[in-house]
Design a protein around this ligand. Structure first.
Ligand SMILES: NC(=O)C1=CN([C@@H]2O[C@H](COP(=O)(O)OP(=O)(O)OC[C@H]3O[C@@H](n4cnc5c(N)ncnc54)[C@H](OP(=O)(O)O)[C@@H]3O)[C@@H](O)[C@H]2O)C=CC1
Ligand SMILES: CC(=O)N[C@@H](CCC(=O)OP(=O)(O)O)C(=O)O
Length: 305
């Protein structure tokens, strides 16, 4: 038996990558609408009504409209946009966040897919706060670099026509759209200072959080808390401390649904960093959406990944 899946926004950056992962699968039948009708509410509603699950790969306003369009339909939704990530009616689709998360996702009618930067930041902070190594009101900084596909079709066009700079920082007013979900799911009560940036590579991401160390918060204590939390996870893995090397490369996991987590620094100097490497379009978007879809359909979580 095949499940009917509709990708709303399948021609966009995230949608295309989800389609690439689902199209070869025999257990999935993709419902498609003619490209020229992709913004036509009647055509989309018809597609929603035929689908078991629809994946929204749309700007926030269109995702909100899609959720309204489907309110009286049976279709289950995965929303890749920011629109519903801190909405109590939606389950946050981060299977590795806690032991009961997969059950919540599996039973959910509405699942919001985490943001790319948020995936890295929450993956680092939530276990450390739970272990008591970071206080929930600690003054935290989050530094990150993303490939330019993170900005969707508009930013991709700037890089492809050569008009974009090699590297730029943004989010300078500290109102980036991922901050609410980072605070909510990491468990931070004080807003972190978030400094995202974009480099001249298509895909890939590093999220880094600098931390001052002491006798209790040593590099080993940080590593052990993260390793305990992610033990047995197939898509989130620790980099052994002696394997971190001298460079962290954002493109290292491109094309995969993996996220790697590492710890580096100097106990002697009292300065350390925890970091996450992921593909912004893999575990940061399309891969995560497929993983959530598999969990919702009670399939092997790694199917097609
Ligand atoms: N890129 C990334 O790394 C990540 C993106 N996301 C999120 O995924 C969502 C999609 O982003 P992304 O794929 O990058 O964006 P893109 O701009 O690449 O694609 C968006 C797609 O949605 C279509 N669209 C726009 N409005 C409507 C509408 N009213 N009805 C139907 N289709 C519409 C667009 O059509 P048209 O061709 O006309 O523009 C386009 O094909 C966003 O909410 C984004 O925040 C999440 C995680 C990471
Ligand atoms: C490089 C870049 O511009 N990145 C986007 C975030 C990626 C994205 O669209 O994220 P979500 O939809 O998952 O929130 C931004 O900072 O707004």
């Amino acid at each position: 038996m095949a499940y009917n899946i509709f990708i709303d926004g399948e021609a966009g950056t995230t949608g295309l990558q989800i389609r690439e992962r689902l199209a070869p699968r025999e257990d999935i039948k993709l419902i498609q609408i003619a490209p020229e009708r992709r913004k036509d509410s009647d055509a989309r509603r018809e597609a929603f009504s035929q689908a078991d699950v629809a994946i929204l790969c749309l700007p926030d306003a269109a995702a909100i409209e899609a959720a309204e369009l489907t309110q009286d339909l049976d279709v289950r939704l995965i929303d890749a946009s920011t629109a519903h990530r801190v909405d109590d009616d939606w389950v946050y689709g981060f299977p590795e966040l806690s032991a009961d998360m997969r059950d919540h996702i599996s039973e959910a009618q509405l699942v919001s897919n985490p943001g790319c930067y948020a995936t890295g930041a929450i993956a680092l902070l939530a276990p450390l706060i739970e272990a008591g190594l970071v206080d929930d009101d600690e003054l935290i900084s989050i530094n990150a670099v993303s490939g330019y596909t993170g900005g969707g079709k508009a930013l991709i066009a700037e890089y492809e026509d050569g008009s974009a700079p090699a590297h730029f920082f943004y989010g300078l007013n500290q109102a980036h759209k991922h901050i609410p979900e980072i605070m909510t799911y990491a468990g931070l009560t004080t807003q972190p200072v978030f400094s995202p940036s974009v480099g001249s590579f298509a895909q890939g991401m590093v999220v880094q959080i600098p931390l001052h160390l002491d006798d209790e918060r040593s590099l080993k204590a940080l590593f052990d808390a993260l390793a305990d939390h992610y033990a047995g996870q197939q898509f989130v893995q620790m980099i052994a401390m002696d394997q971190v090397g001298s460079r962290i490369v954002p493109t290292a996991l491109n094309g995969t649904n993996q996220m790697q987590i590492g710890v580096c620094g100097s106990d002697d100097n009292g300065c350390g960093t925890v970091f996450a490497v992921l593909d912004n379009l893999g575990k940061g978007a399309s891969g995560a959406a497929v993983q959530n879809l598999n969990i919702m359909l009670d399939l092997d979580e790694a199917q097609g990944l």
